[in-house]
Write a protein that binds this ligand. Structure first.
Ligand SMILES: *Cc1c(COP(=O)(O)O)cnc(C)c1O
Length: 495
């Protein structure tokens, strides 16, 4: 199986080449040349597998230039004792019949771990296959969850270094503490005076800096990225959708050949795109429900067929979804337009230059058939957290609460009774401040940890140990830099 670019389908690259490159040179995203298929029996068999086995099965379908041994080792190393539950992805049924797929049982308490515990193995494997510089250096700009998950995934990996940039005032207190206390001999973290876009633009400029590239290459270093446009992050996310469906068949919550809805709190469109790939593999999906916060560019797109990024940006209580350019949407539109690379180039050039594009009636009709888009603002999010806790004693984080709220709207509007899985993307204690104020109706006046203890008392839930431990750990990384100075930081770290 090879990969083509959404903006030039005559390209054909191996899985390891696209994982090492991340983005195609003309700006397109890599997609598999065809969709592999699983039979109903093969899908049902996922219920009997461990998570690592399930991951091995799916990865084998997509990453054909890796050996079985390589993928086996990667899956076994990625999904084991580093997660707090044996199931790895944890399916919970609330009393109202909704299934919540907890994807945050990994080391950093956000769903990014599902892919970033595995990606380092795929990337070091790819570097070996592709040859070139002996050291791979990962540069990542983060709005909070990706940075920490990437640091944990890559820490002390041989022949690898990782440097993360985050906006000084753009992440939650817990997210900041998690990154400042990061362990490992090959890691660096820098806070940036600016917002997430400043961090992202600085990283892009560093990748485009040919002089720096030469200096690094002379020192035996190649740059690579761990962000969610990399196929190596997408492929591992398909696994939990297939597994969840199989588990619901086994428990009888879905009858044989019955359909499922997936409702996903969405930012960069990676997670929901993985659900779409699960459908292509053969999982009988009825609707994909795309949930947004007040930055509802996707809701509008799904409802109108026009994507318009020229709008006000809001900092919300679900910061990991505060995004106006959902990069992975490009992959979906490529597939829905029957691999029309010309039209995709046109739309995404227009998005860059004019700030918008409108899809054809054919593509809009396909979107309508499969997708539902909705959004919930911060007040609505907090109401949902309180209501779901009061009714079902289940504590949602802010991102999952957005999804829950959108699902409720969907059911009200459609009356659809198809069994539904809501993907839960973070542990509530990563967003203590907002969860506290949702439950108490007032902002906490104490610090993060005292507020967390109060939530523990109120709800009988416990803050994950790894988050608790950040309180007493050494703050190794307190460096704050101007956005113009990040290339210097890279040189200091890598040369
Ligand atoms: C990254 C993230 C999301 C958004 O996921 P995408 O794949 O970017 O759509 C949602 N919730 C949390 C907690 C996240 O960290």
């Amino acid at each position: 199986m090879n990969y083509q670019s959404t903006r030039n389908k005559s390209l054909s690259e191996s899985a390891s080449a696209v994982i090492l490159k991340g983005l195609s040179s003309e700006g397109g995203l890599f997609v598999p040349e065809y969709a592999p298929k699983l039979t109903a029996e093969e899908i049902a068999a996922f219920a009997k597998m461990t998570y690592a086995d399930a991951a091995f099965q799916v990865l084998t379908l997509f990453l054909s230039d890796y050996t079985a041994e390589e993928l086996r080792l990667a899956a076994d190393n990625a999904y084991g004792g580093n997660f707090s539950v044996d199931t790895i992805s944890n399916l919970v049924k609330t009393n109202d019949g909704v299934h919540i797929l907890e994807l945050w049982r990994g080391p950093t308490a956000a769903f990014k771990d599902m892919a970033l515990q595995l990606l380092p193995y795929l990337l070091t494997g790819a570097a070996k296959k592709q040859g070139g510089e002996p050291t791979t250096a990962i540069l990542t700009a983060t709005s909070g969850d990706t940075g920490k998950a990437a640091l944990e995934g890559f820490k002390d990996m041989p022949n690898t270094k990782i440097m993360v940039f985050y906006p000084e005032n753009g992440v939650s207190d817990m997210q900041k503490l998690q990154m400042q206390t990061q362990e490992g001999g090959n890691v660096a973290v820098v806070a940036v005076r600016g917002n997430f876009d400043d961090c992202q633009n600085a990283v892009k400029a560093i990748f485009a800096d040919r002089d720096l590239e030469k200096e690094l290459s002379n020192a035996g270093v190649r740059l690579s990225s761990a962000n969610s446009i990399n196929w190596g992050r997408l492929a591992p996310q398909i696994v939990y959708y297939v597994k969840a469906y199989a588990d619901l068949l086994k428990s009888g919550d879905i009858k044989p050949n019955g359909k499922v809805n997936f409702c996903v709190p969405t930012g960069n469109f990676g997670n929901i795109l993985a659900a779409y790939y699960a459908r292509l593999l053969g999982v009988p999906v009825n609707k994909l429900i795309c949930a947004s916060n007040r930055n509802n560019v996707l809701t509008e797109f799904i409802n109108s067929g026009t994507y318009d990024r020229k709008r006000e940006f809001f900092a919300t209580a679900s910061p990991s979804m505060d995004i106006l350019i959902s990069s992975n949407l490009e992959r979906l539109l490529y597939l829905l337009s029957d691999n029309n690379d010309e039209i995709i180039s046109k739309w995404f050039t227009s998005l860059k230059e004019n700030g918008n594009f409108t899809v054809t009636a054919e593509v809009k009709a396909k979107l309508d058939e499969l997708f539902y888009g909705g959004f919930v603002d911060d007040d609505g999010t907090k109401l949902i957290i309180k209501e779901v806790f009061d009714r079902y004693s289940y504590l949602l984080d802010t991102h999952t609460a957005v999804a829950y709220g959108v699902y409720k709207k969907y059911v009200e509007q459609t009356g659809d009774v198809t069994p539904t899985v809501i993907t839960s993307t973070a542990n509530p204690y990563k967003f203590t401040h907002s969860v506290y104020s949702a439950l108490k109706g007032a902002e906490p006046t104490t610090d993060e940890f005292a507020a967390a203890e109060e939530i523990e008392r109120m709800t009988g839930t416990v803050m994950p140990t790894r988050l608790k431990e950040t309180r007493s750990k050494e703050r190794r990384f307190t460096d704050v830099a101007d956005k113009e100075k990040l290339a210097d930081k890279v040189r200091e770290f890598l040369l």
